[in-house]
Design a protein around this ligand. Sequence first.
Ligand SMILES: NC(=O)c1ccc[n+]([C@@H]2O[C@H](COP(=O)([O-])OP(=O)(O)OC[C@H]3O[C@@H](n4cnc5c(N)ncnc54)[C@H](O)[C@@H]3O)[C@@H](O)[C@H]2O)c1
Length: 253
Amino acid sequence: MRKKNALIVGIANKSSISAGIAAELHTHGYNILPTYINEKSLPFVKEVTDEYGVEKLFPFVVGDDEQLQGLVDHFTENGIRIDVVVHGIAFASEIKKELHEVSWKSFKQSTRISAFSLVEITRKLLEADVLNPGASILTLSYRGSQVAVEGYNMMGPVKSILESLVRGLASELGGKGIRVNAVSPGPVMTRAASGIKSFVDLINSAQKASPLDRTATLEEIGKISYEIIVNPSINGSVYLVDCGESVSFSIKC
Ligand SMILES: NC(=O)c1ccc[n+]([C@@H]2O[C@H](COP(=O)([O-])OP(=O)(O)OC[C@H]3O[C@@H](n4cnc5c(N)ncnc54)[C@H](O)[C@@H]3O)[C@@H](O)[C@H]2O)c1
């Protein structure tokens, strides 16, 4: 039987949420096809993907159309069909600024990298006809899309856009048998997260707010992501994986 292929965009290192999802996909027999952002990051990405026997990694930075075309050409030329796409990327150059201080340039760039790239990647794969019917696309959101989270600043609105894109793409691509969903974990200490002001406080608050007194592990996020990826009835959804943090309200004393 043909091994299924998962394109993973967003592994930076072992702490990346995409690494947790890739681990679960690998456990379930998927070939992992990872991207990396630049040569400096490559050894850290390989540290993750070597464990999965990955030989080829694809350079990809949002906005470099040649790289995206090169990736898709490789799939076409080698008869590689894609069953799963994990989109786990985000960037905001002015994340430390308050929302009302953010420039349009930074907001526009962040929207492209963190949200619209989901459309750009999906379109390129569709145009090349390398997505298998039944393919599943998963992106990563955060609760800051729904409520104003201190320190999350411009990323809140950008995640709202991302979640809206999930619904729009899910609705358009359902006819092709392709599903699009998002997982929305509570805070996890990763490289991207370390750029957020007072992120340690954010994790501590999330742990305190959770009725379980904790946040989700990478392994747990990987497992639920896998379930969403393979369940043929789930489409256009955003799944919270936050140990119940968002259903509680604690009174500060
Ligand atoms: N860490 C958290 O607390 C948390 C919580 C909820 C959602 N998320 C989301 O999870 C996703 C993954 O982030 P993470 O926390 O695992 O951090 P991470 O730093 O491990 O991953 C972020 C990835 O984005 C990539 N990236 C950034 N700019 C890029 C660009 N211009 N082109 C291509 N790739 C680019 C980086 O190379 C990196 O691989 C993000 O969408 C993030 O918003 C994170």
